[in-house]
Design a protein around this ligand. Structure first.
Ligand code: ADE
Length: 229
């Protein structure tokens, strides 16, 4: 690894990461800010993309193609589907899919378009480091499927569709698009999330209440992982 990208979607998701570094160089590019830091001799670029798949793809591509990052870690929050995941709990994606990608009218499965694949896998090597760090720090982390879509899910009906169709454990709005970019450009990556809500009727309320604390849980764990890379 020569340069590491660390991404979030919202300012709240990268704030606790930036707070960890005392010397930060800000580069403005493509309507966004990229924060350059050095940690233990490793060059790191940190950015939040803004919410959704399009902004996340733009930021991931920029970090790789313009800034020369060759590994990408994502930290943020997600809505929980798996009942084992409570608010604040951590999940690392082993694979991701796009739950709102739908050309089923032409006989294709949900989440699939020709030339693509329903699930994109994350780097096993990075996941293994993360799991080792979790064990060493007595942190409970689930490895599972994360489903991504350009929707804030706040209904049992939509949540159940995503669970039944993709066997997903959690859902959010960026991970699978970052996965597609990294997969295409051969950049090892992982997607880490802490649960902010359970994507049901109370999701909007819970999200506002727990965004900051869950984003910090994810960021704190990512910093611990960083020390082992
Ligand atoms: N990220 C966190 N909670 C979410 C939800 N309920 N839907 C989509 N993205 C989320």
């Amino acid at each position: 690894m020569t340069k590491l990208a660390i991404m979030g979607a919202m300012e709240e998701e990268i704030e606790p990461l930036l707070a960890y570094f005392d010397k930060v160089n800000v580069v403005e590019y493509a309507n966004n800010k990229y924060y350059e830091v050095n940690y233990n001799g490793l060059d790191i670029v940190i950015a939040y993309s803004k919410i959704g798949k399009v902004f996340a793809s733009l930021t991931a591509s920029t970090m790789i193609e313009k800034f020369g990052c060759d590994t990408l870690l994502f930290s943020g929050v997600a809505g929980g589907i798996n009942p084992k995941l409570k608010i604040g709990d951590l999940i690392i994606a082993d694979k991701l899919c796009q739950h709102d990608l739908d050309i089923t009218a032409f006989g294709h499965p949900h989440g699939y378009v020709p030339g693509g694949k329903v699930f994109v896998e994350t780097s096993k090597e990075l996941r293994d480091v993360a799991i080792k760090v979790a064990k060493e720090n007595d942190l409970k982390v689930i490895e599972g499927i994360i489903a991504t879509g350009d929707q804030f899910v706040h209904s049992t009906q939509r949540k159940e569709f995503i669970e039944n169709t993709f066997n997903a454990d959690a859902l959010e709005m960026e991970g699978a698009s970052v996965a597609v970019v990294c997969d295409a450009l051969n950049v090892p990556f992982f997607i880490l999330r802490a649960i902010s809500d359970t994507a049901d009727m109370d999701a909007g309320f819970d999200f506002d209440e727990f965004l900051k604390s869950s984003a910090k849980n994810s960021a704190d764990y990512l910093i611990k992982i960083l020390k082992e890379l």
